[in-house]
Write a protein that binds this ligand. Sequence first.
Ligand SMILES: [Fe+2]
Ligand SMILES: [Fe+2]
Length: 143
Amino acid sequence: MKHDGRQELIDGLNEDLRGEFQAVIMYRLYASMVQGPYRQELRAFFASEIPEELMHAQILADKISSLGGTPVAEPAPVPVVFEAKEMLQKALDAEVATLARYVKRRSQAEKAGEHGLVVQFDDIIADETNHRDELRQMLARWP
Ligand SMILES: [Fe+2]
Ligand SMILES: [Fe+2]
């Protein structure tokens, strides 16, 4: 393996892939499990996040494979909670952590000379920023 940051990048992308698998499972569970007066809205919201997170997982898995790595087959642990507000808070925590990872990963991709991936990270970072902001907006005036 050359010392161009490639292995470090593959390892980081696999950490990110675990996070995307976690997001897909988390949003699917929360959409199904959420109860209370806002169930309909929250169910639709959680479910609407899944296609974007799956697309992120696809981009990461494709890239890991094309860099010569093996994509992980396990998600990061999914927090199972039962109150709607707690679901929103767990999702927000995950989106904030994900964003921080992607900002770091973007600069690793740049160092590794993966300029196309840098552009893909710009789009992914924009998606995750929207997820974070919507979750913050919902929690801001939660009763
Ligand atoms: Fe994502
Ligand atoms: Fe997200």
